[in-house]
Design a protein around this ligand. Structure first.
Ligand code: ATP
Ligand code: MG
Length: 271
């Protein structure tokens, strides 16, 4: 399905509203189109609705009002009851949660990485190959026999990322991907995600880390604290709007952020 601009439209969101508890809206009046290959960052203050929107795009929760289309089909609770639709959808999107503990449940990292390929119907031999390849890709082969719950926060994050990559999804949703990662790992992750984008993957992330936004996102959406979208535009243009960033509580008067120079500075620090 093509959008008005001729690009492949993979998500189309119309007038979406959502609340976990009646009377406390968390998403209000959300309209959004996302195209294949886009690097999109979702920004906003704590509690503004970023993680909720990602969960909804992944089909983990469903709107109270409005519609969500993915890959040309409406995503609803009913549609996901159809196992063929569900399996297709789950293979096309991957979600790295903000909290890795909510994502990891197996006895070993090996089992964790094997889970999605097994669900996708790969043979035992193919699964073994996929686990080893993905572990090498993310640099966690040394963790394969470990229990996920005993890993450090950053190690868990890498395992969660590897799990998602193990089925080679078209769209990657990342919730606060750099949180808790040391500088070398953050740098590795950014380069890795850039390479995925070059290979045509769509990368959609929620983050507070403005420096990675400049590196990875061509487009930025900012939530207001009232859970509506304040702006949707080109990254440098949005991040240069200091008044807006102050208004939506993304920067503080005493925080010296300048669009365009943060990541270079970090690269210099890493050497
Ligand atoms: N399972 C839940 N039940 C009830 N309320 C929830 C639930 N999950 C989130 N909320 C509430 O919904 C609002 C939006 O939460 P969400 O996690 O989407 O925010 P966020 O923008 O991702 O914030 P952060 O920057 O802190 O990660 C918050 O007020 C939060 O307390
Ligand atoms: Mg969040």
């Amino acid at each position: 399905m093509k959008g008005e601009d001729g690009l492949d439209l993979i998500f189309d969101i119309h007038d979406v509203a959502y609340s976990y508890l009646p009377g406390y809206p968390v998403l209000t009046d959300i309209n959004l189109s996302i195209h294949q290959g886009e690097g999109l960052a979702i920004l906003g203050a704590n509690g503004s609705g970023k993680s909720t929107l990602l969960k909804m795009l992944c089909g983990l929760i469903h709107p109270d009002a409005g519609r969500i289309y993915a890959f040309g089909q409406e995503v609803t609770e009913d549609a996901l009851r159809d196992l063929v639709f569900q399996q297709d959808f789950r293979q096309r999107v991957g979600f790295v949660f903000q909290n890795s503990d909510a994502q990891l449940f197996s006895a070993t990292v090996w089992d964790e990485l094997a889970f999605a390929p097994l669900q996708a119907g790969l043979t035992k031999e193919e699964v073994k190959q996929r686990v080893e390849d993905t572990a090498d890709l993310v640099g966690i082969r040394n963790l394969l026999d470990r229990a996920p719950y005993k890993l450090s926060g950053g190690e868990k994050k890498k395992v969660a990322l590897a799990c998602v990559l193990s089925v080679n999804p078209e769209v990657l949703f990342l919730d606060e991907p750099t949180n808790g990662l040391d500088p070398r790992t953050q740098f590795w992750l950014v380069e890795f995600l850039k390479a995925l984008q070059k290979a045509g993957k769509t990368v959609i992330m929620a983050t507070h880390d403005l420096s990675i936004v400049e590196e990875l996102a061509q487009r930025v959406i900012i939530f207001r604290e009232n859970h509506t979208i304040a702006t949707d535009g080109a990254t440098l243009q949005v991040l240069s709007n200091r008044d807006l960033l102050l208004e939506v509580n993304l920067i503080h008067e005493r925080f010296h952020f300048h669009a365009g120079d943060n990541w270079q500075h970090r690269q210099q620090c890493i050497g």
